[in-house]
Write a protein that binds this ligand. Structure first.
Ligand SMILES: Cc1cc2nc3c(=O)[nH]c(=O)nc-3n(C[C@H](O)[C@H](O)[C@H](O)COP(=O)(O)OP(=O)(O)OC[C@H]3O[C@@H](n4cnc5c(N)ncnc54)[C@H](O)[C@@H]3O)c2cc1C
Length: 317
């Protein structure tokens, strides 16, 4: 494995602990790794391309008593300003394997967690495999599994396609769909018993088959709808979960909060559940606006976005 490097810090060049292989960077800027582009630096940052990388990153975080935060494309995450005292690890493995296994007009594929979801949707459409209900959701397969991404409370979510998920939490495990504890915008991974966040490494997906042209048309239709209803700016998607069947944007709109601004963060005029960060916006601005919305709306609003504090814990659990 000549291409691998010993576990070491990029800036100091010092070897860290055991003779491992994963490369760690120190004080790595996090803003550019998220779609809102807000946030400071990671005490340590690692790209995980192999299972061995995952094992070593986990061991490093444990030995150094650091929280381990797994990042996908950062399209639902916002980091605090300053330094996050944690190991932030991004799964960059992104292979997709076709198994050619067909059951009940469904085909089975295996995808690594780092695979970009919109790319997967498009690539599979050309082969007549229909993941179109997940059209237009930025991020990775891992992120979509973690948050059970989908199209609102009555829509189709990621769990509709998941047969099993391979994770690492100090040991490699395979969980079937039921064991993943999927619900609306929820999975068991959000509430894992260990202090370290489990790493979703890959998933086996079962995907309906169909006519490639019809699937492509449906994708274009859904993308068009998004262009009409969502802002194309620095955002992390929906900030709050729906309350029952009521979308959060309706409650925010009814409270007259559309367009409200705190520092560099605004509630989008186009979609009232989207926060928009302008250049120079801070974590504090985003927290300020979330707290304003929570105060002004009588319903108990749950925060969907992940607000990571300097100690690696979440601002809203
Ligand atoms: C314009 C826009 C539109 C959006 N529309 C939708 C929508 O329609 N429906 C929807 O559900 N979401 C939507 N989102 C939100 C976001 O795209 C999804 O939540 C997406 O699934 C997040 O994936 P990610 O890889 O970017 O995750 P990240 O933001 O990187 O991470 C999100 C959470 O998942 C965890 N995580 C990520 N990868 C892993 C892994 N491999 N192992 C363990 N934990 C992991 C992280 O720790 C974090 O807690 C939208 C976002 C934007 C910007």
């Amino acid at each position: 494995m000549a291409w691998k490097r010993p576990l070491h810090c990029c800036r100091s060049g010092k070897k860290l602990r055991h003779n491992g292989w994963v490369q760690l960077k120190e004080h790595e800027p996090l803003g550019p790794k998220t779609t809102m582009r807000i946030g400071g630096t990671a005490r340590y940052f690692a790209e995980l391309s192999t299972k061995k990388d995952a094992e070593e990153a986990w061991a490093f975080a444990q030995q150094n008593h650091l929280p381990l935060i797994v990042l996908g494309s950062g399209s639902n995450t916002i980091f605090a300003d300053g330094e996050i005292n944690a190991l932030i690890a991004r799964v960059s493995a992104q292979q997709v394997q076709r198994t050619n296994e067909q059951t009940n007009k469904r085909t089975t594929i295996a995808a690594d967690a780092g695979k970009n979801l919109p790319m997967l949707v498009n690539e599979l459409a050309k082969e007549g495999f229909d993941l179109s209900p997940l059209t237009g959701i930025p991020g990775t397969v891992g992120g979509a599994i973690f948050g059970n991404a989908g199209q609102g409370p009555s829509g189709i979510w990621m769990d509709h396609f998941v047969k099993s998920v391979t994770i690492y939490d100090g040991a490699w495990k395979s969980l079937n769909n039921e064991e993943c504890g999927f619900r609306y915008r929820e999975s068991a991974f959000k509430h894992w018993a260990t202090t370290q966040s489990p790493m979703i490494w890959s998933a086996v997906l079962q995907i309906p088959t169909g006519d490639p042209k019809a699937i492509q048309m449906q994708i274009e239709h859904l993308l068009q709808r998004r262009i009409e209803t969502q802002p194309h700016q620095r955002t992390a998607g929906s900030c709050f979960k729906a309350v029952g069947d009521t979308p959060a944007w309706k409650l925010i709109d009814a409270a007259g909060l559309r367009g409200v601004k705190k520092g560099g963060v605004t509630i989008s005029e186009k979609h009232a559940n989207f926060l928009i960060g302008e250049k120079g916006a801070t974590f504090h601005d985003a927290i300020d606006i979330v707290n304003t919305v929570k105060e002004k709306i009588p319903e108990k609003l749950e925060v969907e976005m992940r607000f990571v504090k300097p100690d690696g814990s979440l601002a809203y659990e």
